[in-house]
Design a protein around this ligand. Structure first.
Ligand code: HEM
Ligand SMILES: *[C@@H]1O[C@H](CO)[C@@H](O)[C@H](O)[C@H]1NC(C)=O
Length: 359
C-alpha cells in the first residue's frame, strides 16, 4: 500500500476534525455584545430587539404574541403534497390579498399588517420573520419551551390554496386527515394544540373579542388541557356561533374542535396526558413546532439559529389545578385506559375569566 494516499486520508480526517471544532467555537458578533456558534445568526439580534420592543410591547405574552403564534400555523399549514402550497414560506404575507380572504384566516390580517413593517425594515424573508416572531413571542410566555429557529427560508413564490387551514367546526376525522396530509401524526396534532394555552378568539363570537381559551392566557401552562375537559355549562357571550361549544367558566370560550379532540377515542388519551405534565407538553410542543416551522422547506439549506431565541421563564409553582369552585366531578373522563389526573381546585368561589386586553 502506498503511503501518500494513506497520509492524505489521515490529513483530510484531521482537517474535518478541525473544522468540526471550529463550528462549535463561539464567534463574536460585530455588535460587540453577542456571541454565536454560527456567525450567520448575528443578523437576527437587531430584529429580535426591534420586535420585542415595538411589536411585543417590551416582552409581553399578550395579544400580538398570541396572534404571531397563530400566524406561524396559518402560514405553515398551507402545505399539501397533492394540493400545493409552500408551507412555512411567508406566502400569507406576500400573497395576503389572497390568503387573508380565506374563511379560516378570518382576523389574521391584523397581525399580517402589524408584522409587515418589521419585515420591510429588516433584511429577512417573510417566511423566516413569521417563524422568528413566533419563537421569540412564545419565549415571553412563562412555562413555554425555548422553541427552535432555523434560518434561511427563500421568498414565497405562490399563494397557498384555500381549504388547507383547519376550522373549529371541522370533525376530528377531517382535522386528523388534514394534519396527516401535511405530515403530522395524531399525537403531534394534540401537542400543537398546547398553543391554545396562550390564546383568545376575536372572531368566533364577535360580541366578546379577546375571550381566552383557558383561565391563564399569558402563561404557557397545561390549563388548556384541563379546562377543555370540564363539563361545558355556558356560552361566554352569545350562543349559536359556528365552531363554538359551551365552556365551564364565564369569560372563557371553548372551540368545538378542542372539545371534540379532548373527547374522541383517537385523541382523548393524548389530550389527557398533557393535563398535569408540563415537561411532556414542552418537549412535544417544541418538537412539533420545529416540524411545523419547516414545512415545505429544505432543512439542509438552513442554519440552526435556535440559540438566539430567549430562554422563557418557568411557569409559577402554582401548577396544574381546577378553577376555583369546580371539582373532579366536573371533569368529563374520555380516555378509556387511564383516569384523568386528580387535581385540586383553587380556593374560593367560581370566578370569571378576564379578557386578553387589546394592545
Ligand atoms: C385543529 C386545529 C386548529 C383549529 C381548528 C384552530 C382554530 C382556532 C380558532 C377558531 C381561533 C380563534 C381565532 C379568532 O377568532 O380570533 C384560534 C386561535 C388561536 N390559535 Fe388555533 N386552531 C388550531 C390549531 C392551532 C395550532 C396548531 C396553533 C399553533 C401552533 C394555533 C394557535 C392559535 C393561537 C395562538 C390562537 C390565539 C390567537 C389570538 O389570541 O389572537 N392553533 N385557533
Ligand atoms: C441580506 O440577507 C441575505 C441572506 O441572508 C444575505 O446574503 C445578504 O448579504 C444580505 N444583504 C444585506 C444588504 O445585508
Amino acid at each position: 500500500m502506498a503511503f501518500a494516499p494513506l497520509l492524505a486520508l489521515l490529513f483530510s480526517l484531521a482537517v474535518v476534525r478541525q473544522s468540526d471544532a471550529a463550528l462549535t467555537k463561539r464567534v463574536a458578533c460585530a455588535d460587540g455584545i453577542h456571541t454565536v456558534t454560527n456567525e450567520a445568526c448575528c443578523v437576527l439580534f437587531p430584529i429580535i430587539d426591534d420586535i420585542q420592543t415595538n411589536l411585543f410591547d417590551g416582552g409581553e405574552c399578550g395579544e400580538e404574541v398570541h396572534e404571531s403564534l397563530r400566524l406561524t400555523f396559518h402560514d405553515a399549514i398551507g402545505f399539501s403534497p397533492t394540493k400545493g402550497g409552500g408551507g412555512a414560506d411567508g406566502s400569507i404575507v406576500i400573497f395576503s390579498d389572497i390568503e387573508t380572504a380565506f374563511h379560516a384566516n378570518n382576523g389574521i390580517d391584523e397581525i399580517v399588517e402589524a408584522q409587515r413593517p418589521f419585515i420591510n425594515a429588516h433584511n429577512i424573508t417573510a417566511g423566516d420573520f413569521i417563524q422568528l416572531a413566533g419563537a421569540v413571542g412564545v419565549s415571553n410566555c412563562p412555562g413555554a419551551p425555548q422553541l427552535d429557529f432555523l434560518f434561511g427560508r427563500p421568498a414565497a413564490t405562490a399563494p397557498s390554496p384555500d381549504l388547507l387551514v383547519p376550522e373549529p367546526f371541522d370533525t376530528v376525522t377531517s382535522i386528523l386527515a388534514r394534519f396527516a396530509d401535511a405530515g403530522f401524526a395524531t399525537p403531534e396534532v394534540i401537542a400543537l394544540l398546547a398553543s391554545h394555552t396562550v390564546a383568545a378568539a376575536d372572531k368566533v363570537d364577535v360580541t366578546i373579542p379577546g375571550t381566552p381559551f383557558d383561565s391563564t392566557p399569558e402563561i404557557f401552562d397545561t390549563q388548556i388541557f384541563i379546562e377543555v375537559q370540564l363539563r361545558g355549562t355556558l356560552f361566554p357571550g352569545t350562543g349559536g356561533n359556528q365552531g363554538e361549544v359551551e365552556s365551564p367558566l364565564a369569560g372563557e370560550l371553548r372551540l368545538q374542535s378542542d372539545a371534540s379532540l379532548a373527547r374522541d377515542s383517537r385523541t382523548a388519551c393524548d389530550w389527557q396526558s398533557f393535563a398535569d405534565n408540563q415537561a411532556k407538553m414542552q418537549t412535544e410542543f417544541k418538537a412539533a413546532m420545529l416540524k411545523l416551522s419547516t414545512l415545505g422547506q429544505d432543512v439542509s439549506q438552513m442554519v440552526d439559529c435556535s440559540e438566539v431565541i430567549p430562554q422563557p421563564l418557568a411557569a409559577s409553582l402554582h401548577g396544574a389545578h381546577l378553577p376555583a369552585g369546580l371539582n373532579m366531578n366536573d371533569i368529563e373522563q374520555a380516555c378509556a385506559t387511564a383516569p384523568f389526573p386528580t387535581l385540586t381546585a383553587d380556593p374560593g368561589p367560581v370566578t370569571s375569566v378576564a379578557p386578553v386586553p387589546p394592545s
